[in-house]
Design a binder for this molecule. Structure first.
Ligand code: FAD
Length: 468
């Protein structure tokens, strides 16, 4: 069969690309090896983890209900079987939603493991069917990396997909890798009742994030009893038959029932016939593309984790759109959009633009920050969620906003105001002088802007050092 646009992989990048191509009038086909559409994100990533986050959040809210609010509730408990049913139901609803969208848009979906035969055709393994195409979009995503540590092949060492498949809560969970995925699961499982230990090789949790945010998370985790070992490498894992004995650092060890291995993901570039198609790639960095998402073969594009630096669903969505439009003769570049960095721990973290350290490296002494704590925000106080703050980062020559970082309630939703501000190249005055509904959590963004300009109303003035 012949198609205008063939997409390999139906994750956020692939399904978006296929739908966008069909919207533009193309005969579009999407080939996916799993029976359900939606990729890592919908099946074993964003969606099921956040369904668990919601269970963890509700459990915590029920446990911590403040009697001063006047609500009297019984002792809550976790029904993990029901929580898993809920998680699976949410996943099912989302994945079948993509199948309906394919139908509604006229996208042809084929199930099968696809591989480029050459630069004009894809074959599906196990079937004698193949397709030819005018343009193709590679969107095969990524896979979890397994570091070469002695003993890591024990069935008690699972990746994120393995952890999501658990039907019982481990009494003791070790999380290897304190990045986003590791910290999100640590946060969830501590709420579910596990004793959680994180072992991270670098000196901070979520090392790529703003250091104030990482420190705030570490403090919050310590309060919750999550043990964090930073700057420690895992050296060996022994399966004792009833659990794991995990060795790390300088002769230290910890015992656990299950270990999550979350040390990063690598682009899925092997075994998909990129060589036969003539597409250049690097096993670690993925497929090289230009701003149009075009690979070394001009009519073949790549989008999402397989070609991306970000490894996020929302960057994959946008890249999928861009690849499809360019495949059909448009001239669209990804440019440098503001990319939100959501982290669904408790407390939540979200950042966009530069971190404070990156801003200082680029702009030196002309960087100013404003930090507004949730404890001074009425809505956060009512909700009893006063951990954290909102921080604005700007340069003082023109007042341009460079970045925003938030730690605390609904940070992953609230960050959108900052995304729009950065995309609009807003100044710190725009942030500080604008109006926000009262009383809302959104006010903290404006207030951080006011702090940055030393005009804050709802905090006492910073103490000035007086010279005599
Ligand atoms: P994928 O979603 O991986 O999709 C690729 C698809 O290609 C898969 O369905 C795969 O089966 C298919 N495929 C591969 N090879 C072939 C082949 N040869 N033939 C046919 N099909 C093939 N991101 C966020 O933005 N927010 C989050 O909260 C978030 N949480 C996450 C939590 C976890 C536990 C994980 C693992 C990831 C999370 N991510 C999150 C990252 C996000 O899931 C990915 O960035 C996103 O799914 C990438 O989309 P993609 O389309 O590039 O690849």
């Amino acid at each position: 069969m012949e198609f205008d646009v063939a997409v390999l992989g139906a994750g956020p990048a692939g399904y978006t690309a296929a739908i966008r191509a069909a919207q533009l009038g193309a005969r579009a086909v999407c080939i996916e090896k799993e029976p359900e559409l939606g990729g890592t994100c919908l099946r074993v990533g964003c969606i099921p983890t956040k369904a668990w986050v919601q269970t963890a959040h509700s459990l915590h809210a029920a446990r911590e209900i403040d009697p001063r609010l006047g609500v009297v509730a019984g002792e809550p408990s976790l029904d993990f079987g029901q929580a898993n049913e809920w998680k699976n139901a949410v996943v099912k609803q989302m994945t079948s939603g993509i199948a309906s969208l394919f139908k509604a848009n006229g996208v042809t979906a084929f199930e099968g493991t696809g591989r480029f035969e050459d630069a004009r055709s894809i074959v599906f393994e196990g079937k004698d069917t193949g397709i030819t195409f005018t343009s193709a979009i590679v969107a095969t995503g990524s896979y979890p990396v397994r570091p070469p540590i002695r003993g890591i092949n024990s069935p008690r060492c699972v990746d994120s997909t393995g952890l999501l498949a658990q039907t019982e809560i481990p009494k003791r969970l070790v999380v290897l890798g304190g990045g986003i995925i590791g910290c999100e699961f640590a946060s969830i499982f501590e709420r579910f009742g596990s004793d959680v230990t994180i072992i991270e090789m670098l000196e901070s949790l979520i090392p790529q994030e703003d250091t104030d945010a990482s420190s705030e998370l570490r403090k919050a985790f310590a309060k919750r009893g999550i043990v964090v070992h930073l700057g420690k490498e895992c050296t060996q894992i022994n399966d004792t038959g009833s659990g794991l004995d995990v060795r790390f650092g300088d002769g230290e060890s910890v015992e656990c029932d299950l270990m999550l291995v979350s040390v990063g993901r690598a682009p899925l570039v092997e075994g998909i016939g990129l060589e036969q198609a003539g597409v250049d790639f690097d096993p670690k960095k993925g497929i090289a593309t230009d701003g149009h998402r075009r690979t070394s073969v001009p009519h073949i594009y790549a989008a999402g984790d397989v070609a991306g630096y970000w490894q996020l669903a929302h960057t994959s969505f946008r890249e999928g759109e861009i690849a499809a439009e360019n495949a059909l003769g448009h001239e669209v570049e990804i440019g440098e959009p503001a990319v939100p960095r959501p982290i669904y721990t408790d407390p939540e973290i979200a950042g966009v633009g530069l971190t404070e350290a990156q801003a200082r490296e680029l702009h030196g002494d002309t960087v100013a920050v404003g930090r507004f704590p949730w404890v001074a925000n009425a809505r956060a106080v009512m909700q009893g969620e006063t951990t954290g703050w909102v921080k604005t980062i700007h340069e003082t020559a023109y007042g341009e906003l460079l970045g925003v970082v938030m730690v605390g309630p609904h940070a992953t939703d609230l960050i959108e105001a900052a995304v729009v501000a950065l995309d609009a190249e807003a100044t710190i005055e725009t942030v500080a002088d604008g109006m926000t509904a009262h009383p809302t959590l959104s006010e903290a963004f404006k207030e951080a802007g006011l702090v940055a300009l030393e005009r804050v109303i709802h905090l006492p003035p910073r103490r000035k050092t007086t010279s005599v």
